[in-house]
Write a protein that binds this ligand. Structure first.
Ligand code: SF4
Length: 212
Protein backbone atom coordinates (compact mmCIF):
# COMPACT_ATOMS: atom_id res chain seq x y z
CA UNK A 1 0.00 0.00 0.00
CA UNK A 2 1.09 3.55 -0.81
CA UNK A 3 2.78 5.00 2.32
CA UNK A 4 0.42 7.97 2.43
CA UNK A 5 -2.64 5.77 2.26
CA UNK A 6 -1.11 3.61 5.00
CA UNK A 7 -0.60 6.72 7.11
CA UNK A 8 -4.24 7.67 6.63
CA UNK A 9 -5.40 4.12 7.46
CA UNK A 10 -3.38 4.19 10.68
CA UNK A 11 -4.82 7.52 11.79
CA UNK A 12 -8.35 6.41 10.95
CA UNK A 13 -7.98 3.09 12.76
CA UNK A 14 -6.47 4.73 15.84
CA UNK A 15 -9.21 7.35 16.00
CA UNK A 16 -11.92 4.72 15.62
CA UNK A 17 -10.53 2.61 18.46
CA UNK A 18 -10.98 5.63 20.76
CA UNK A 19 -14.53 6.30 19.56
CA UNK A 20 -15.51 2.64 19.81
CA UNK A 21 -14.18 2.30 23.34
CA UNK A 22 -16.24 5.31 24.39
CA UNK A 23 -19.27 3.52 22.93
CA UNK A 24 -18.58 0.42 25.07
CA UNK A 25 -17.21 -1.80 22.34
CA UNK A 26 -14.12 -3.86 23.08
CA UNK A 27 -11.98 -2.13 20.45
CA UNK A 28 -8.47 -2.97 19.30
CA UNK A 29 -5.96 -1.71 16.74
CA UNK A 30 -4.24 -4.08 14.32
CA UNK A 31 -1.43 -3.01 12.03
CA UNK A 32 -2.40 -5.54 9.36
CA UNK A 33 -4.54 -8.62 8.69
CA UNK A 34 -1.95 -11.01 10.11
CA UNK A 35 -2.08 -9.23 13.44
CA UNK A 36 -5.88 -9.12 13.28
CA UNK A 37 -6.01 -12.88 12.72
CA UNK A 38 -3.80 -13.50 15.76
CA UNK A 39 -6.10 -11.28 17.84
CA UNK A 40 -9.22 -13.11 16.68
CA UNK A 41 -7.76 -16.52 17.49
CA UNK A 42 -6.54 -15.30 20.89
CA UNK A 43 -10.09 -14.21 21.74
CA UNK A 44 -11.70 -17.57 20.96
CA UNK A 45 -10.93 -20.39 23.42
CA UNK A 46 -10.52 -23.82 21.84
CA UNK A 47 -13.69 -25.86 22.08
CA UNK A 48 -15.92 -22.83 21.48
CA UNK A 49 -18.73 -22.89 18.96
CA UNK A 50 -18.05 -20.37 16.21
CA UNK A 51 -20.09 -18.93 13.35
CA UNK A 52 -18.95 -16.53 10.67
CA UNK A 53 -20.70 -13.89 8.62
CA UNK A 54 -20.10 -13.79 4.89
CA UNK A 55 -17.09 -11.52 4.53
CA UNK A 56 -14.37 -10.83 2.02
CA UNK A 57 -12.21 -9.63 4.93
CA UNK A 58 -12.46 -13.00 6.70
CA UNK A 59 -11.69 -14.77 3.42
CA UNK A 60 -8.55 -12.67 3.01
CA UNK A 61 -7.52 -13.68 6.55
CA UNK A 62 -7.93 -17.39 5.82
CA UNK A 63 -10.05 -17.70 8.96
CA UNK A 64 -12.60 -20.20 7.64
CA UNK A 65 -9.98 -22.89 6.98
CA UNK A 66 -8.48 -22.38 10.43
CA UNK A 67 -11.88 -22.74 12.09
CA UNK A 68 -12.72 -25.77 9.95
CA UNK A 69 -9.58 -27.65 10.91
CA UNK A 70 -9.05 -26.35 14.44
CA UNK A 71 -10.48 -27.48 17.77
CA UNK A 72 -13.73 -25.59 17.42
CA UNK A 73 -17.37 -26.42 16.84
CA UNK A 74 -17.63 -24.53 13.59
CA UNK A 75 -20.98 -23.73 12.02
CA UNK A 76 -19.73 -24.17 8.45
CA UNK A 77 -22.03 -22.20 6.19
CA UNK A 78 -19.82 -22.78 3.15
CA UNK A 79 -20.63 -26.45 2.64
CA UNK A 80 -22.01 -27.65 -0.69
CA UNK A 81 -25.45 -28.48 0.66
CA UNK A 82 -29.02 -27.48 -0.30
CA UNK A 83 -29.93 -23.94 0.70
CA UNK A 84 -32.54 -25.23 3.20
CA UNK A 85 -29.74 -26.99 5.09
CA UNK A 86 -27.54 -23.90 5.02
CA UNK A 87 -30.46 -21.92 6.47
CA UNK A 88 -30.57 -24.43 9.32
CA UNK A 89 -26.87 -23.74 9.95
CA UNK A 90 -27.70 -20.02 9.99
CA UNK A 91 -30.38 -20.71 12.59
CA UNK A 92 -28.07 -22.73 14.82
CA UNK A 93 -25.36 -20.08 14.42
CA UNK A 94 -27.53 -17.62 16.31
CA UNK A 95 -26.66 -19.48 19.52
CA UNK A 96 -22.92 -19.76 18.86
CA UNK A 97 -20.39 -18.74 21.49
CA UNK A 98 -18.73 -16.46 18.91
CA UNK A 99 -19.79 -14.80 15.70
CA UNK A 100 -16.88 -13.48 13.65
CA UNK A 101 -17.70 -11.10 10.85
CA UNK A 102 -16.66 -8.10 8.83
CA UNK A 103 -18.82 -5.01 8.55
CA UNK A 104 -20.08 -3.19 5.48
CA UNK A 105 -19.66 0.22 7.06
CA UNK A 106 -18.64 1.85 10.32
CA UNK A 107 -19.49 5.46 11.04
CA UNK A 108 -17.23 7.90 12.83
CA UNK A 109 -19.84 7.91 15.60
CA UNK A 110 -19.32 4.17 16.16
CA UNK A 111 -22.34 2.76 14.33
CA UNK A 112 -21.97 -0.61 12.61
CA UNK A 113 -24.09 -0.76 9.45
CA UNK A 114 -24.67 -3.92 7.46
CA UNK A 115 -26.89 -5.23 4.68
CA UNK A 116 -27.74 -8.92 4.35
CA UNK A 117 -29.41 -11.20 1.91
CA UNK A 118 -30.83 -13.68 4.46
CA UNK A 119 -30.46 -11.50 7.58
CA UNK A 120 -28.48 -14.08 9.56
CA UNK A 121 -25.45 -11.85 10.00
CA UNK A 122 -27.24 -8.68 11.06
CA UNK A 123 -29.45 -10.73 13.41
CA UNK A 124 -26.47 -12.38 15.09
CA UNK A 125 -24.53 -9.16 15.41
CA UNK A 126 -27.45 -7.60 17.24
CA UNK A 127 -28.42 -10.51 19.52
CA UNK A 128 -27.83 -14.22 19.97
CA UNK A 129 -24.16 -15.24 19.92
CA UNK A 130 -22.50 -14.59 23.28
CA UNK A 131 -19.65 -12.66 21.69
CA UNK A 132 -19.23 -10.92 18.36
CA UNK A 133 -15.87 -10.14 16.79
CA UNK A 134 -15.88 -7.62 13.96
CA UNK A 135 -12.80 -7.19 11.78
CA UNK A 136 -12.91 -3.87 9.93
CA UNK A 137 -10.43 -2.30 7.54
CA UNK A 138 -9.99 1.46 7.74
CA UNK A 139 -11.68 1.70 4.33
CA UNK A 140 -15.01 0.78 5.99
CA UNK A 141 -15.13 4.04 7.94
CA UNK A 142 -17.62 6.64 6.75
CA UNK A 143 -18.64 9.99 8.17
CA UNK A 144 -22.25 9.24 9.08
CA UNK A 145 -25.27 7.04 8.42
CA UNK A 146 -25.90 8.72 5.06
CA UNK A 147 -22.37 7.77 4.06
CA UNK A 148 -22.97 4.24 5.33
CA UNK A 149 -26.12 3.76 3.25
CA UNK A 150 -24.30 5.09 0.21
CA UNK A 151 -21.50 2.62 0.85
CA UNK A 152 -23.94 -0.29 1.17
CA UNK A 153 -25.27 0.44 -2.30
CA UNK A 154 -21.77 0.76 -3.76
CA UNK A 155 -20.52 -2.57 -2.45
CA UNK A 156 -23.68 -4.68 -2.88
CA UNK A 157 -23.06 -5.42 -6.58
CA UNK A 158 -19.63 -6.86 -5.69
CA UNK A 159 -21.18 -9.03 -3.00
CA UNK A 160 -23.86 -10.18 -5.45
CA UNK A 161 -21.14 -11.12 -7.93
CA UNK A 162 -19.02 -12.85 -5.26
CA UNK A 163 -21.95 -14.98 -4.15
CA UNK A 164 -23.10 -15.89 -7.65
CA UNK A 165 -26.43 -14.08 -7.54
CA UNK A 166 -28.21 -13.37 -10.82
CA UNK A 167 -29.07 -9.74 -10.18
CA UNK A 168 -29.11 -6.79 -12.57
CA UNK A 169 -26.29 -5.08 -10.67
CA UNK A 170 -23.99 -7.96 -11.64
CA UNK A 171 -24.48 -6.86 -15.24
CA UNK A 172 -24.26 -3.10 -14.71
CA UNK A 173 -21.97 -2.78 -11.67
CA UNK A 174 -24.38 -0.39 -9.97
CA UNK A 175 -27.52 -0.89 -7.90
CA UNK A 176 -30.68 -1.10 -10.02
CA UNK A 177 -32.97 -1.45 -6.97
CA UNK A 178 -34.12 -4.81 -8.25
CA UNK A 179 -37.40 -6.31 -7.03
CA UNK A 180 -36.67 -10.00 -7.58
CA UNK A 181 -36.16 -13.03 -5.29
CA UNK A 182 -32.42 -13.07 -6.07
CA UNK A 183 -32.01 -9.59 -4.52
CA UNK A 184 -29.18 -9.57 -1.95
CA UNK A 185 -30.16 -6.36 -0.19
CA UNK A 186 -33.01 -7.52 2.03
CA UNK A 187 -32.20 -6.60 5.61
CA UNK A 188 -30.21 -3.66 6.97
CA UNK A 189 -28.92 -3.68 10.55
CA UNK A 190 -27.64 -0.67 12.49
CA UNK A 191 -25.89 -1.13 15.81
CA UNK A 192 -25.76 2.28 17.44
CA UNK A 193 -23.31 1.44 20.24
CA UNK A 194 -22.17 -1.39 22.50
CA UNK A 195 -23.69 -0.14 25.76
CA UNK A 196 -26.45 -2.70 26.41
CA UNK A 197 -24.01 -5.60 26.77
CA UNK A 198 -20.73 -3.74 27.22
CA UNK A 199 -17.80 -5.61 25.70
CA UNK A 200 -19.99 -8.19 23.90
CA UNK A 201 -18.89 -6.79 20.55
CA UNK A 202 -15.17 -6.62 19.87
CA UNK A 203 -14.06 -4.53 16.92
CA UNK A 204 -10.57 -4.99 15.50
CA UNK A 205 -9.67 -1.94 13.44
CA UNK A 206 -7.13 -2.89 10.81
CA UNK A 207 -4.87 -0.14 9.45
CA UNK A 208 -5.30 -1.40 5.90
CA UNK A 209 -7.85 -1.35 3.11
CA UNK A 210 -9.44 -4.80 3.32
CA UNK A 211 -12.64 -6.27 1.96
CA UNK A 212 -15.06 -4.39 -0.26
S1 SF4 B 1 -30.98 -4.01 -4.67
FE1 SF4 B 1 -30.67 -5.52 -6.31
S2 SF4 B 1 -29.63 -4.38 -7.92
FE2 SF4 B 1 -29.38 -3.19 -6.04
S3 SF4 B 1 -27.41 -3.85 -5.25
FE3 SF4 B 1 -29.02 -5.07 -4.23
S4 SF4 B 1 -29.15 -6.93 -5.47
FE4 SF4 B 1 -28.07 -5.41 -6.70
Amino acid sequence: MNKFRKWQCRRTAEAMVEVLRQKCYDAHYAEDLDEALKMVLAMIPEGSSVAVGGSETLSAMGLVDILRHGNYRFFDRYQDRPFEEIVEIYRQSLLADFLVTGTNALTRQGELVNVDSSGNRVAGMIFGPRRVIVVAGANKVVDDLAGAFKRLKQIAPMNALRNGHQTPCVETGVCMDCQIPARVCNAIGIINHGMKFAGRISVIMVAEEVGF
